[in-house]
Design a protein around this ligand. Sequence first.
Ligand code: MCA
Ligand code: AMP
Length: 446
Amino acid sequence: MPVLTALEGVYGDRVDAVTVAGRTASYEELLGAAGAVAADVAGAPAVAVEATASLETVAAVAGCLLAGVPVVPVPPDAGVAEREHILRDSGATPVTADFARRAAWSGPAPAADAPAMVLYTSGTTGAPKGVVLDGAAIAAGLDALAEAWQWSAEDTLVHGLPLFHVHGLILGALGALRTGSRLVHTGRPTPAAYAEAGGSLYFGVPTVWSRVVGDPERARALRSARLLVSGSAPLPERVFRGLEELTGRRPVERYGMTETLITVSGRADGPLRPGAVGTPLPGVRTRIAAGPGEEIGELQLTAPTLFSGYLGRPEATAASYTEDGWFRTGDIAAIDADGTHRIVGRASVDMIKSGGYRMGAGEIENALLDHPRVREAAVVGVADADLGQRVVAFVVASGVTGAELTDFVATRLSVHKRPREVRFVAALPRNAMGKIQKRLLPAGEG
Ligand code: MCA
Ligand code: AMP
């Protein structure tokens, strides 16, 4: 069963099927461009797509899925080191779609358990790892959300999220091509663009919703929407209440990870309340690994949407599971008596979420340490009203400015991994074993 059922013609053609950043394609046009890509890449071990916010990204990813070739979306703002790592680690060769070139694709449907996508995501230390997802996981994840959100071909989905993560790409683009809903990708996720798009279903990270609430006039334009969905990071209660007041809609929160896809969600038919991410989606089992007498602990789960493993890293894959085969999310959660899940924190201070982007402190520290003037570095996420957390770097260095270090990181990693603030300190707090004590850093909360 193919993942992108809309391209199989099950919903007929539609002239305005997909709009990205102001350009529109029909299913037929998209299928033609994707077919040409499929013919180009068939048989390749892996293919990289420069994942700009464009119709070409959607067509290139669709083409790889048709051909059964694992696709690696590359963040267009990735710095040199991050890009080289992704390309070397995955062995992917670049491909682009071109709407001037169309072809019919008639190759065999890929096996459901064959690798379909490799998404690079940060751990607490080291370089990002490739998360391998197969077609069956993607299809199961999208069908579960379609059921929970009553998401159908009647909907117009609107969002402006990056097309290289689960949220924007799998839910936000492939989801539309599976449910048959119209897609309007706004290029950037601004309140003005969301207000103008006139959708029935909207996706955003909490930073986007916070900015929408900060623009009451634009927020009120969303009153005609059916469902506003928030995910990728905790939605502050202030933003939940603001959306409810301005749009008349309680936002639906859902929880997931690159490795698991979306596993827990609120439902279109409620109940929805602030601070809660809903109940497990069909086929998902959850448990809390709590100590005796404790109600909160690590959320662990099994699900049909789980990844196939980290590319080329069997030990890391094995370490992400308990001995009895449950995936360890690293998130601290509680489950209420009625089954509603609440995410209350992260197990590690070294996993940062800023603007919905996941980043590992270790990766940013390594980039800083590559600078010849930096002797020591510790990176933390500090609470931030707009971004959830903002990246703050504490460095022991001389003869270099904070701005120079920020720029240096941006040339190596993705732009959003740049520290927002660099603080120079004489020494980093360490314990008797010499390990950095991040909790002792000034403002180093968490
Ligand atoms: C950015 N800028 C900076 C820095 N970072 N300047 C100095 N230092 C920095 N460290 C610049 C930007 O380049 C931009 O400049 C300007 O500051 C504003 O940046 P920012 O405040 O970051 O706003 P933004 O660029 O508008 O970004 C906010 C955002 C973005 C749109 C919410 O963070 C975003 O798209 N987040 C989505 C992440 C996401 O999709 N995550 C899903 C993964 P200029 O204006 O000149 O460009 S999670 C997932 O997939 C799971 C499964 C899930 O649950 O969903
Ligand atoms: P990523 O792999 O980029 O999707 O990041 C996954 C992480 O995002 C999870 O482990 C959580 O820490 C966080 N996350 C995703 N959705 C939510 C949510 N609704 N509430 C709180 N945290 C979330």
